[in-house]
Design a protein around this ligand. Structure first.
Ligand code: TA6
Length: 297
């Protein structure tokens, strides 16, 4: 299949990944990356073939029907619990279905672009009645540049909330500060009534945090004194940013996390949610992107 799709010079290989789920390994002059077709989920991105930018839980399960804990899960067509039926899969169904490869190509700057696609089918209609097409456009280069594009192919309008639920690998959460959230308002957890405001320039994580910043389109920078690196999280088409670390007690609720897994991860997520939901008329499309880059400090 790959040879028909890809005639480029980079190294792109399809593998049977963990649990027998198909994954794509991309290696080029800039980076290496593993992307699972299950969930269109980026599992790993190593710029300069160095340390991974992304965290993967040691206890993550790779089984159809369950979400993979780590990397970049794609939340679509809803973020968090479903508004009207909490028995539906949390964070939508995109992360628990297989995606197709639409194309693989070299770009003029020698980065590698992979486009994955999924469309409404019998599986998606069990959870959501609408017809749609979704694509994830992944560019593995000096940066990791990802876009989700979804199109309403239904005869009715629909509403979407969505996210790149990115898990970043950190040396130790006590070494981490996050810049870019000062003077922004956020909801904490699932409380939609009380808006809090961050006054600190740098956010340190010293307890469970599940902050949902609204009207936030700016970059965030994750400073990690232990790895001596800073990761910039830029985005387009998103005005909601979520910062999540479950800390000690809440980690226990996740069978697919080790008790100290929270120490080496932080999620900084590009999201469309709250007042930033997407309403699409028939034939309309929407895109949201995030670009992750790393520099030494
Ligand atoms: O983005 C943060 C969050 O929505 C948290 O509320 C938290 O529970 C988390 O995502 C993980 O969700 P999951 O369904 O992957 O267990």
């Amino acid at each position: 299949m790959l040879n028909k799709l890809y005639g480029g010079t980079g190294n792109v290989v399809f593998n049977e990944g963990k649990g027998g789920l198909c994954s794509v390994n991309i290696v080029n002059q800039f980076a290496s990356s593993e992307i699972s077709l299950y969930g269109a989920q980026i599992l790993s991105f190593k710029p300069g073939n160095g340390k991974d930018l992304l965290w993967m839980s040691e206890k993550s399960v790779f089984v159809e029907g369950k979400a993979i804990r780590g990397g970049i899960p794609v939340c679509f067509p809803w973020f968090g619990p479903n508004d009207s039926d909490t028995t539906l899969p949390a964070h939508g169904f995109a992360r628990i279905m297989n995606w197709d490869v639409e194309s693989v190509s070299d770009l003029p700057d020698n980065s590698t672009r992979l486009i994955l696609k999924c469309e409404s089918n019998r599986f998606t209609r069990k959870f959501w009645p609408f017809e749609f097409t979704a694509r994830i456009i992944i560019i593995v280069g000096k940066t990791l540049d990802i876009t989700v594009q979804f199109t309403n192919s239904d005869i009715d309008e629909f509403k979407v909330t969505d996210a790149f639920h990115t898990y970043f690998l950190v040396s130790d959460i006590s070494n981490v500060t996050i810049e870019g959230l000062e003077n922004h308002s956020y909801y904490s957890g699932f409380d939609k009534d009380t808006l809090l405001k961050q006054t600190d320039t740098l956010l340190s994580i010293t307890k469970e945090e599940n902050r949902r910043y609204i009207d936030h389109a700016a970059n965030c920078v994750i400073y990690d004194n232990g790895f001596n690196r800073k990761i910039t999280v830029a985005k387009r088409g998103s005005k909601t940013t979520v910062v999540w670390n479950p800390w000690i007690e809440s980690s226990k609720k996740f069978a697919d996390m080790t008790p100290d897994g929270y120490k080496t991860m932080v999620c900084v997520e590009a999201v469309n949610a709250y007042n930033d939901f997407v309403l699409l008329q028939p034939g309309e499309s929407y895109t949201m992107s995030t670009v992750l880059s790393v520099d030494s400090m």
